[in-house]
Design a protein around this ligand. Structure first.
Ligand SMILES: [Zn+2]
Length: 490
């Protein structure tokens, strides 16, 4: 871990105390690279076992967070506790299963996880889908504001919907469709499964395509063929679908062929406004055993009360969780998660300490919130929004930190979702004051704005900021910075 100058977090400090004031040295000086390093090396140590929710790694992480918040001088945010329990379900469906497609020219058997992955958010021990009618539903989008409804004219109750990933704007690069190449919420798999459930479908299957998904099939397999997590509402899973799943493009082509449909023509027509869902005259069947276990995880939160408008809150968030341990890996099997997101969690401590060190208390109260289950679908932040520790209508802004800059000082700062939030202007002003500048999301087609915890708050109408690393390296220039960023991602 190279961590030279965690300077990028300084502007947040200024934002928190009002952009006009000068930040006193005592507060600034308390943010140090050494402190960041110390926290990161504890959180990302092997002892913390990759900080997976519901494990001993969680206990250690939650204890460390609590201890640090207390030492810094924050107040518990949940009565006399720093913890907020987050009820989760761990759902494990038998990976050894097949999806059968019958009724067409040839009967098809898709094997998991080579050709398809499927899982259930239901708590029943056996999932059995028998001869459910297969409907091609285009992009599976019902978006009144874009005048778009892929479900128009069909009742999908009890049926299995088959759909494309991303959205028509991405597919056509047409800037008049959705948000052009930049992904909208309608392009996210989370939305697609939720909408299918709202429409009453029995099962929902997304056709994988590497470019449109922004990740290869191996990521689909790694993400969904083991255990999956869901928020538990009264011990019950959130989704009404019997099965969610993905299939490979290769098998999608075969399924369309079997139905006597031209795959390329169908996907082209799905990206046009006149698209109507197509009943494929095929039946889908799948049966597998399923195990649901209740888990209690924790968000950890501390408050620094404000001086003048203490009923109003600014929230700094960072997810503490990472991917845990994969015992099937030889040698080092621990996913330590130093960057993602021990850096953001360490920054919570450093910011809290800096605010505490201000000679004059800031006006608004500040909640420092370390959330669980981000990697499993923003679960901790979604739970927080459904059961907030301070009122959402008194939460004036949320600043999320997820994987900070580790390459060195940069002139720029990427602001994921630039243009969406009224908070942007404050951030831009602060950057300018330091001779720096804001840039938009470098990969808008990947939908980064929907992929970390600030999004849970944005959905609830709270203004959010999600700053990310720049590439315009102060010493080595922009080409070096870009190459370094590519090197890390590769
Ligand atoms: Zn992260």
């Amino acid at each position: 871990m190279r961590l030279k100058h965690p300077l990028l977090i300084l502007p947040f400090l200024i934002l928190g105390c009002g952009s006009q004031k000068q930040v006193p040295e005592t507060a600034l000086e308390s943010i140090t690279a050494d402190d960041m390093k110390k926290h990161i090396s504890v959180l990302a140590s092997d002892e913390f076992q990759g900080r997976f929710p519901g494990t001993e790694g969680e206990d250690k992480t939650v204890n460390y967070l609590t201890e640090q918040f207390r030492l810094i001088g924050l107040k518990p945010a949940n009565g006399d506790s720093f913890s907020q329990e987050v009820p989760l379900l761990r759902l494990t469906s038998d990976p050894d299963k097949s999806l059968l497609i019958k009724g067409g020219k040839t009967a098809l058997t898709l094997s998991s996880p080579v050709d398809f992955v499927g899982w259930s958010s239901q708590t029943s021990e056996l999932i059995n889908i028998e001869e459910s009618e297969l409907v091609f539903i285009g992009y599976g989008i019902n978006a009144p504001e874009f005048g778009w409804n892929d479900y128009e004219g069909i009742d999908v109750k009890g049926k299995t919907v088959l759909m494309l990933v991303n959205d028509p704007g991405y597919a056509t690069s047409d800037t008049s469709l959705f948000n052009g190449r930049a992904m909208t919420i309608y392009g996210r798999w989370t939305y697609k499964f939720e909408e299918a459930a709202r429409q009453g479908a029995k099962a929902a299957i997304i056709i994988h395509e590497t470019g449109a998904a922004s990740y290869p099939w191996s990521v689909v397999v790694n993400s969904w063929s083991g255990s999956n997590y869901s928020l538990a509402v009264n011990g019950i899973a959130e989704s009404d679908l019997q099965m969610q799943g993905w299939i490979t493009t290769d098998y999608a082509v075969k399924i369309f062929e079997s139905a006597g449909l031209d795959y390329n023509k169908m996907i082209a027509s799905a990206a046009t406004g006149g698209f109507r869902p197509v009943s494929m005259n095929l039946k889908a069947s799948v049966s597998f055993s399923n195990k649901a276990i209740n888990i209690l995880s924790n968000n950890v939160a501390g408050v620094l009360p404000g001086n003048k408008r203490s009923d109003e809150y600014i929230i700094y968030t960072a997810h503490w969780d990472h991917f845990g341990v994969n015992p099937s890996l030889e040698g080092d099997s621990i996913f330590n998660g130093a960057l993602d997101n021990a850096t953001g969690t360490a920054a919570l401590f450093e910011l809290a300490e800096a605010f505490v060190n201000l000679p004059e208390r800031q006006d608004r109260s500040i909640l420092f919130l370390a959330v669980t289950g981000e990697e499993q679908g923003l679960l901790g932040s979604r739970f927080y929004v459904s059961d907030p520790l301070v009122p959402l209508n008194k939460t004036v802004g949320v600043i999320n930190m997820d994987a900070l800059n580790i390459t060195g000082k940069t002139r720029d700062m990427a602001m994921i979702g630039l243009g969406i939030s009224g908070l942007d202007d404050y951030m831009i002003q602060v950057l300018e004051k330091y001779g720096r500048y804001a840039t938009p999301d470098p990969f808008p087609e990947q939908g980064g704005f929907f992929r970390s915890d600030h999004f849970s708050f944005a959905e609830a109408g709270v203004p959010v900021l999600y700053p990310s690393s720049g590439v315009d390296d102060v010493k080595r220039g922009i080409e070096w910075g870009k190459a370094e960023s590519d090197r890390y991602i590769a």
